[in-house]
Design a protein around this ligand. Structure first.
Ligand code: VNL
Length: 389
């Protein structure tokens, strides 16, 4: 009798353990680490909204697994990103980590992805070298080299011969400066001066004064998403445009999140980038409409589209591996993936795990009373020019 009870208990316990295991195996966890507060908070706001929209549109069950999105705020502090990633991997046992608002956050976390064999989908940070920091990194955002080379080529063909560059003094800024300058000078242009401003709380005034005094044909700028409006304000206040200095930039500066608030002084600014909310495809029109509807009229920017596509890459990899969720298998499934995004056709380069996409030349114009980046030229299927191999 006693033995029988013990056996019964053992059977019951093992079935409990088994079902707890089954529940855990059922859910597929995505740890999305973003700057929800701090200087780059708009990136977190845009990306979380886009990830949630993707799930609302595509359901939260994929290949039999329930998708669980865990959003964490790294407050734009790289040490915090790393700590949160560690907790998500060790305690929450997430299957994928994603997000990474700024390059130092992605760089601090990449070794953890390698050690734990966890796919790390980079949906924001854009320094070329990030994909080389871990074989588990897959990127759906862009690189500054992609954007800057296109602006340099355009400038060379549009009567701009003397340029000063002004970039945020960290990874993506250095890439923007390097790839713009390299291409522009190869086309016969001249870089008069290369200025770098601090990433955190930059005061552009003294730098812009310098530019005004030097009077180049154009000022080429990169500042990260969220910082463009203050740069533009000071550029206009100083009457730089009236002094005949043209502003050219990567699309981070005329970010759709802030563009409409920049005022008519932004009209005519030419940028190169991979996404505009005004991209005229049917898929993008539907995306913008659904995003605005779900978020009190907030216009999606290039960060939103990268998070939306990042979710797509994760969903499709999970489907391709039939819900298995093993880190190596997921990364293998992501390599070479090809699909239509609201930004246009994109793919994941199977060799570098970086995004291949169209880069558009755009000009700020008014449409229906609002400022937009209107595309006027396209370079198709651009691979990252910044890869060392
Ligand atoms: C980075 C690059 C961040 C481009 C950005 O916005 C951006 C980065 C937050 O790699 O840190 O627009």
């Amino acid at each position: 009798m006693k033995t029988c009870n013990i056996l019964r208990l053992a059977a019951l316990t093992s079935s409990l353990i088994f079902s707890a295991g089954a529940i855990a195996a059922d859910s597929f966890k995505i740890g999305l680490i973003l700057p929800m507060t701090g200087q780059q908070a708009s990136t977190g706001r845009q990306e979380e909204a886009a990830a949630r929209l993707y799930m609302a549109q595509h359901g939260d069950t994929v290949a039999g697994r329930k998708i669980e999105l865990i959003v964490k705020d790294d407050t734009t502090v790289p040490d915090m990103t790393k700590r949160l990633a560690q907790e998500l991997i060790v305690n929450d046992k997430v299957n994928v980590i994603a997000g990474f608002g700024i390059t130092p956050s992605a760089m601090a976390t990449a070794p953890l992805a390698t050690q734990s064999k966890t796919p790390m989908v980079v949906t924001a940070a854009a320094t070329s070298s990030i994909t080389e920091a871990s074989p588990y990194v897959v990127r759906t955002s862009f690189t500054l080299a992609q954007a800057s080379v296109s602006v340099a080529n355009w400038a060379g063909k549009n009567k701009i011969s003397k340029v000063i560059t002004l970039v945020s003094d960290y990874g993506p800024g250095k890439d923007a400066e390097k790839y713009f300058s390299q291409t522009f000078t190869a086309n016969g242009g001249q870089i008069v001066e290369s200025l770098r401003v601090p990433l955190m709380n930059p005061d552009f005034a003294p730098f812009l004064q310098k530019v005004r005094d030097a009077k180049p044909d154009a000022l080429f700028v990169f500042v990260p998403s969220g910082s463009g409006a203050s740069l533009m304000k000071q550029f206009i206040e100083r009457g730089m445009d009236k002094a005949g200095i043209k502003l050219i930039a990567t699309g981070d500066v005329t970010d759709d999140d802030q563009l409409n608030g920049m005022g008519d002084g932004a009209l005519g600014v030419v940028t190169g980038h991979h996404y505009s909310a005004a991209h005229p495809s049917k898929m993008n029109k539907d995306f913008v409409k659904a995003f605005e509807k779900a978020n009190n009229g907030m216009r999606p920017n290039f960060m939103a589209v990268a998070a939306y596509d990042g979710m797509h890459v994760i969903y499709e990899a999970l489907k391709a591996t039939k819900g298995e969720g093993d880190g190596d298998a997921l990364v293998t499934a992501m390599k070479g993936m090809k699909f239509e995004s609201p930004r246009g056709p994109i793919s994941i380069d199977p060799d570098t795990r970086d995004i291949v996409q169209n880069i558009y030349m755009r000009k700020v114009e008014k449409q229906h009373g609002q400022l937009y980046n209107i595309e006027f030229d396209v370079l198709k299927d651009v691979k990252d020019p910044g890869k060392t191999k």
